[in-house]
Design a protein around this ligand. Structure first.
Ligand SMILES: *Cc1c(COP(=O)(O)O)cnc(C)c1O
Length: 385
């Protein structure tokens, strides 16, 4: 079975991990700050904070922005559940903004309309989590303008978008947001097994996330509420977590970063090639945006309708092609329905979901494998029923 996504591990990655295993530090050593610095430099961000997953990064980002009980978080329904769950971890209410039918990203128009109503109802959000779906940057300039007008903070969920750029600058530079988060799960652009990162330019937000990553403990005297007892001393000044990344993971992440450009070039080449191979079919792919360069994490096609999707999905799987579906709209999950969401709440995301299929997309996908995927798909499209 050709998978839809797959990590890319080479000897240099293995050597980096082994070297760490032989070193004095398995965690809280030098590999974590080295990886953080590499990400910060790549993203043109002042601070990068490594954690044990993107989910943890989202949680810390929400807490650092002051989200709590009584607060409100909005996000896209077309995402992994983690983009919404982070609000609930903080005791906040979660709501969604429908997507654009061509970019599959949060629709700035829907956002504007929902904000107008929320301003009247006095139910404006505190935090908006935008998701660069499939690695395609959202329309950040417009969203940032709305944030200024309506007074909410922005987290970019860039789990798919390491290596993407927007207006000629790397995603993660936080020019249009407060915090950006990345995932290093094996299917993502680079991997650390499990792992995540938050970037920001705000010293206070960075400090807060660093502290919350490790139990809310500080060793900095200026953060303590009373005088230090001595060099051994630390204080827990708030309730935090153990969300730390290990040095083993960070060494792998740093090693993977050395091939980031190679990965992105290959992904963009494969996306371009799918586009050509499937150009004579009625399939609809994600729109390209002139001022944004996607990291091409996913290659999604929209089939004619829900029944065509089911038939093609089953046909591809039966022929050894590991297609997938991204995403089941979060509000359709039973846990969210039990909170009052229902079918029809976000019709564009629902319609998109009913027709979407993700084709295999990862750097090691060979041209011949890709030809086989496209041929199989075209054959299935030609069979009427
Ligand atoms: C993978 C993913 C996450 C969660 O990442 P983890 O590192 O597995 O916690 C969050 N949001 C999106 C959009 C993702 O794709």
């Amino acid at each position: 079975m050709i998978p839809y996504g797959c990590q890319n591990i080479e000897q240099a990655d293995i050597d980096a991990v082994v070297e760490t295993l032989r070193s004095d530090w398995l965690t809280q050593g030098p590999a974590v700050p080295k990886f953080e610095q590499d990400i910060a430099e790549h993203c043109h961000a002042r601070y990068a904070i490594a954690v044990n997953s993107a989910t943890s990064a989202l949680h810390l980002a929400c807490l650092a922005l002051g989200l709590g009980p009584g607060g409100k978080l909005w996000t896209s329904p077309n995402t992994f559940v983690a983009s919404a769950n982070c609000g609930r971890y903080c005791g906040a209410a979660v709501d969604f903004v429908d997507i654009d039918p061509s970019t599959f990203n949060i629709s700035p128009d829907s956002l504007r309309k929902k904000l107008v109503h929320a301003a009247i109802d006095k139910s404006l959000p505190d935090v908006l989590v935008v998701v660069h779906f499939g690695g395609l940057p959202c329309e950040m300039k417009e969203i940032k303008t709305l944030a200024g007008r309506y007074g909410f903070r922005i987290i970019e969920d860039a789990s798919h978008a390491l290596g993407a750029s927007y207006l000629e600058e790397p995603i993660g530079n936080c020019r249009y947001s407060d915090i950006t988060i990345f995932s290093f799960h094996p299917v993502k652009i680079i991997t650390t097994g499990e792992g995540g990162m938050a970037t920001t330019n705000d010293a206070e937000l960075a400090r807060r996330m660093v502290r919350l990553r490790s139990h809310g403990i500080t060793r900095e005297e200026d953060e303590m509420v009373s005088e230090s007892d001595g060099p051994w001393y630390y204080q827990q000044v708030e309730l935090g977590f153990n969300y730390r990344m290990t040095d083993i993971q960070a060494a792998l992440g740093w090693s993977q970063m050395q091939r980031l450009q190679e990965f992105i070039i290959r992904r963009r080449y494969l996306a371009q090639r799918y586009h050509q191979l499937l150009s004579d079919t009625p399939l609809v792919s994600q729109a390209t945006v002139p001022h944004a360069d996607s990291a091409c994490h996913l290659y999604v096609v929209k089939t004619r309708d829900a029944s065509a999707r089911r038939r093609i999905f089953n046909g591809m799987r039966a022929r050894g092609v590991g297609v997938n579906v991204h995403y089941i709209p979060v509000h359709m999950q039973p846990d969210y329905r039990s909170m009052g969401f229902s079918l029809g709440d976000f019709p564009v995301a629902e319609e998109y979901y009913s027709r979407a299929i993700s084709l295999p997309m990862f750097p090691a996908l060979a041209d011949e494998q890709q030809n086989m995927v496209a041929d199989t798909l075209i054959q299935l499209l030609e069979q009427t029923h």
